[in-house]
Design a protein around this ligand. Structure first.
Ligand SMILES: [Zn+2]
Length: 172
């Protein structure tokens, strides 16, 4: 992989994290470059997902790339997936609580309830439409990153869902 300079990551208090992303209409080289830079930024920060709004870009796009790392040692492995103009078509009634962190909320890991299974639709970098059913940790990543595109972080989500336990950790 070609390494490019890491993008700076917006953290709590930045206005961009509260703004709603805008639909992507141009599937051009600039979008490929943004996706590549987001991927490298995410990998450099040991993330399993990153949304464009987290790197100060309003594009409705995120990357999910679950892989075991020091932040998520039990994460399943998957190829990095670029998700553009995502929609959640349906959700399971069942939810499950799990520990989440966020590159934009350094130093905190929170127990957040997410739908166990979701049916989603999105476009890939070539503009092609995809429909998938996601479960477990990958469904969790999708819901977390989708929230970012709605201007919501896990700090707001913790007030929207139950059960909830706030866990403070000394390292991130
Ligand atoms: Zn996040």
């Amino acid at each position: 992989m070609q390494l490019k300079p890491l993008l700076s990551i917006a953290t709590t208090g930045e206005k961009i994290l509260t703004q709603i992303a805008e639909p992507v209409t141009a599937f051009d080289q600039a979008l490929h470059t943004l996706a590549n830079n987001m991927l490298n930024t995410m990998l450099g920060a040991n993330g399993v997902g990153i949304a464009a709004t987290q790197v100060f870009n309003r594009a409705a796009m995120f990357i999910m790339a679950s892989n075991p790392n020091e932040r998520y040692p039990d994460a399943p492995s998957m190829a990095p997936t670029v998700v553009i103009n995502p929609q959640i078509l349906s959700v399971s009634i069942a939810t499950e609580a799990g520990i989440e962190g966020c590159l934009s909320v350094p130093g905190q890991r929170l127990s957040i309830a997410r739908h166990s299974e979701i049916e989603v639709q999105y476009q890939s970098l070539d503009g092609q439409l995809h429909q998938q059913t996601l479960t477990g940790f990958v469904a969790r990543i999708f819901q977390h990153e989708y929230d970012h595109l709605q201007g919501i972080t896990l700090l707001e989500r913790i007030n929207l869902t139950t059960p909830q336990v706030q866990v403070q950790v000394s390292q991130c």
